[in-house]
Ligand binder design. Structure first.
Ligand SMILES: [Zn+2]
Ligand SMILES: [Zn+2]
Length: 875
């Protein structure tokens, strides 16, 4: 006996053994000098603060299935891993730590603080990379990168300087989104709009020089009125034509402001008159530019009223709102208040309400970059899977606004700009400066801000390969082949990689973008901490086995489709792994040291039985299906092909049928099982390596063994039809035995009706399988069935068959048993029907409960039909 594996499949034990060995053997390492076809992916770099969640698990499973198959197919495969420094997220973590010590980052100062973040990173950061190994991801760790690496930082600087020199980066005073809690500007994308229950306030603005004449404006943010520099109406709004050119007095501030006309004002909103606050609202900012209005900032970065806010100076924004409303009310200028649900911007990081503020920041002028990135997808140079995501991309790209890239943080790539106090020059430089190149003054300061963390991730596909140097890696691996990512970062990341890749590498960063769905709980709800339904991937990997979790995700994850993750689902794929394990144990019983793996040529030349030719034909079709599906990114279809082959053909039929002639079938058995393990390996890497190593095989590891290829010569339609007929007869006889309660030890006789000589031959040749697998002692092939009353009849593969029951069962006892069973089922049916006919229940009960009742009803009805048939047979 050659191989011995434990009786029960212990996934944790099996999985603990292989990854380190694979890594130490260098199997995942790509070769920049190789002339083999290449397959390249960069991993979406997880945050250094992160730990593995189900989204990563799905994303990694998809990437790993694809990468492992390509590697086995002989591609020079690079899957480059790494991490993102995650500016604001990481800074927040360390600031929280400091707060617990009663300190703030200002107490430490910039240098000490950044040191402290690096220390945190060394100690706690990057847990996620260990977890990514744990789930089997076959990345090339020798090329691991971090966005704050020296090399990547150099790339960031180079890009910044070049864009600045071309006028595509500028510094300007613009309206930006400010998070008063994080104390930094954030981009439009980091501002999350959520509906908030709020109020719409109607406020009277007196017309200048008229007694008791007002226009009434409606606003959700009365505190910003301190900075109003106009009121506006739509030029087509007849109600206000008479006020054209008039001036109004801004209440509380007693400032004169003009009444202007602008087409963006919606006459349907409120009264049709709006206040214009260019320094605190994006639409007003633009209106202000059109009409040359002053910009008065009345709310500061600390979210308090500034010195331009008159008597309200120093008040926090919510307090200011309260006081302003009270004062307006006292003066009789607040006429009414309505409830209103409207969208308010919140900080993506900390959920604080964002304040639109005028601020001097750095921006990327994106229009020309976006146009090229748009064209590259329109022309198909880069494709989205599924293709409808391209529309989302187009829509955003067509409406793109300049990208605010400066952040008032300390953790990140510092902006390479210096300000000279001597001559006022602004110098953007590749190297750090000590003196002003213009006036030689030593009084220069570097810009204190850092870059948006997405700026460095936008360079990821080429900065990780050594750019701006012309490295071997860059030559060999850019552009990459495939990017696998989630839809929530198409704008943050995918679009920006497209823009920068085209700009700096003159080529798209990837040919295909595969968008995964998201993982929901069993009730299809989004997972969230507040709902308490978050699933920890490592915990379920421990419980169900990593291979089973990976297989479940691949099987359920059609591109772009969300997955409802349930215990039943995971359980069923754990059962799949166990099924394979048990099949292996059975096979290993027949294997000894003298056995070797036959070649396909040897098999083809030998005299194969019907079942051997059948399983080779089915294997071949499975190989074709799996390859075609994965090639089209339909991993779920690939998983389905392999599952149904392994379980329903190989285990259910082949292993049973060869019990008749195990020695004769052994070469085919070994060949098929070894091939099927290789076919399955990308989905279930651990269990397949474990079993493969215990089988006769060629090579060192299944990781680098060849991936099975479709061989049309092995497909045999005739053999499949014959085998199918035999299997159907076995199934039908087994069903009859079960339904009629025939004792398991009792042999039966079968009569099959056919006048076809071919059929007669097939069935005679295969009779031993029918005898053995359906407990048949005698089979007759007759022109017509006898019409025997006490015989159970069925149709198999188009042929009528019958099993005579006389003497096999106690007809009376059987009649009593079936009658009782039928009565019980019928009473269940009546009960459920009553429930379902109650309109109250159907309307009010949760949908799943109603569905469950309908499903049970159908099941009982099916049982009732079978029982009634059984009774009829008894006459
Ligand atoms: Zn914030
Ligand atoms: Zn100077």
């Amino acid at each position: 006996m050659r191989a011995e594996i434990p009786k029960t499949y212990n996934s944790q034990e099996v999985e603990s053994r292989w990854y380190q060995w694979w890594e130490s053997k260098g199997y995942f390492r790509a070769d920049a000098k190789s002339d083999r076809h290449r397959f390249v992916m960069v991993m979406p770099p997880p945050n250094v603060t992160g730990s593995l969640h189900m989204g990563h698990m799905l994303n990694n499973t998809v990437q790993d299935v694809i990468a492992r198959r390509k590697r086995m197919q002989g591609f020079n495969t690079l899957w480059l891993p790494g991490m993102d420094h995650a500016g604001i997220a990481t800074q927040n973590v360390v600031e929280r730590e400091l707060r617990n010590e009663g300190l703030s980052r200002y107490d430490l100062g910039r240098e000490k603080f950044v040191e402290r973040v690096w220390k945190w990173k060394e100690q706690y950061g990057g847990i996620i990379l260990k977890q990514i190994r744990r789930i089997g991801s076959s990345c090339d760790w020798s090329r691991e990168r971090f966005t704050l690496d020296a090399g990547l930082s150099r790339a960031v600087r180079e890009v910044f300087v070049r864009l600045y020199e071309e006028g595509l980066i500028y510094r300007g005073k613009r309206l930006i989104n400010w998070c008063p809690r994080c104390n930094t500007a954030i981009s439009d994308l980091e501002t999350i709009y959520e509906p908030v229950e709020s109020k719409l306030y109607y406020i009277r603005y007196p017309l200048k020089g008229r007694e008791n004449a007002f226009v009434e404006v409606a606003t959700t943010r009365p505190e910003t009125m301190l900075g109003d520099t106009a009121v506006a109406v739509n030029p087509k709004d007849d109600r206000y034509k008479k006020y054209k050119g008039q001036t109004v007095i801004l209440p509380l501030m007693n400032r004169e402001i003009p009444l202007i006309e602008d087409a963006v004002v919606d006459p349907e909103f409120g009264t049709g008159v709006v206040k214009v606050t260019p320094a605190h609202d994006p639409a007003d900012f633009e209106m202000g530019q059109r009409h040359n209005l002053a910009q008065i900032s009345v709310i500061g970065e600390d979210a308090k009223i500034t010195s331009d806010g008159g008597p309200y100076q120093g008040l926090e924004r919510h307090e200011a709102r309260k006081r302003i409303l009270q004062d307006l009310d006292k003066q009789g200028l607040l006429t009414r208040t309505e409830s209103l649900k409207h969208n308010v911007g919140h900080c993506q990081r900390c959920r604080t309400v964002v304040e639109p503020l005028l601020s001097t920041q750095w921006f990327v002028r994106v229009k020309s970059l976006a146009d090229e990135a748009l064209a590259a997808v329109e022309s198909g140079r880069t494709e989205f899977v599924p293709p409808n995501w391209a529309n989302t991309y187009f829509q955003w790209m067509r409406n793109i606004r300049d990208w605010c890239i400066s952040r008032q943080l300390w953790w990140g790539h510092r902006i390479p700009a210096w300000y000279c106090d001597g001559c006022g020059e602004v110098i953007v430089s590749r190297t750090d400066l000590e003196r002003c190149p213009k006036c030689s003054s030593g009084k220069i300061r570097q810009d204190p801000d850092v870059l948006d963390t997405w700026f460095s991730s936008a360079l990821w596909p080429f900065s990780t390969l050594g750019w701006p140097d012309k490295t071997d890696d860059l030559k060999a691996f850019y552009p990459t082949t495939l990017l696998v990512t989630a839809y929530d970062i198409i704008f943050f990341w995918v679009a920006r990689m497209m823009m920068f890749g085209l700009k700096f590498m003159n080529d798209v960063p990837f040919s295909t973008v595969y968008i995964t769905g998201i993982i929901r709980d069993a009730e299809r709800q989004k997972m969230s901490k507040s709902k308490g339904n978050v699933v920890d991937p490592l915990e379920i990997c421990d419980r169900f086995g990593t291979d089973a979790v990976r297989f479940a995700l691949a099987r359920m994850g059609a591109p772009g489709t969300d997955i409802a993750l349930s215990e039943e689902l995971l359980d069923s794929y754990r059962a799949f792994a166990t099924k394979i394990w048990n099949a292996a144990r059975l096979i290993f019983r027949h294997v000894d040291e003298t056995d070797r793996l036959p070649t396909l040529k040897e098999l083809k030349q030998s005299n194969l039985s019907l079942v051997d030719r059948w399983i080779l034909s089915r294997l071949s079709r499975a190989i074709e299906g799996v390859n075609r599906s994965i090639e089209q990114y339909n991993l779920h279809e690939g998983a389905r092909h392999i599952y149904s082959f392994f379980w329903h053909e190989f285990c259910d039929w082949y292993l049973e049928m060869i019990k008749l002639h195990p020695e004769q079938s052994k070469p085919t058995l070994l060949y098929v099982f070894e091939t099927a393990l290789r076919l399955l390996h990308p989905f279930m890497p651990f269990i397949t390596e474990e079993l493969w190593q215990n089988l006769p095989h060629h090579g060192e590891s299944i990781v680098i063994a060849p991936y099975p290829e479709f061989d049309p010569e092995l497909v045999n339609e005739r053999v499949e039809t014959h085998a199918d007929l035999v299997q159907q007869i076995i199934v039908k006889v087994r069903n009859i035995r079960a339904e009629m309660n025939v004792d398991a030890k009792q042999m039966v006789t079968v009569r099959v009706a056919s006048g076809d000589a071919d059929v007669t031959k097939i069935l005679s040749d295969a009779r031993e399988y029918i005898f053995k697998l359906a407990q048949v002692s005698h089979m007759e092939i007759v022109p017509q069935l006898s019409g025997d009353k006490l015989a159970a009849q069925a149709v198999a593969g188009g042929l009528a068959l019958e099993v005579p029951l006389a003497g096999l069962i106690d007809v009376e006892a059987e009649r009593v048993r079936l009658t009782k069973a039928l009565e019980k089922v019928q009473s269940e049916i009546a009960k459920i029907e009553r429930t379902l006919s109650n309109a109250n229940f159907v309307d009010r009960a949760p949908k799943e409960v109603v569905e469950e009742n309908r499903r049970r009803l159908a099941e009982y009805q099916d049982q009732a039909m079978k029982l009634a048939e059984g009774l009829k047979r008894l006459g």
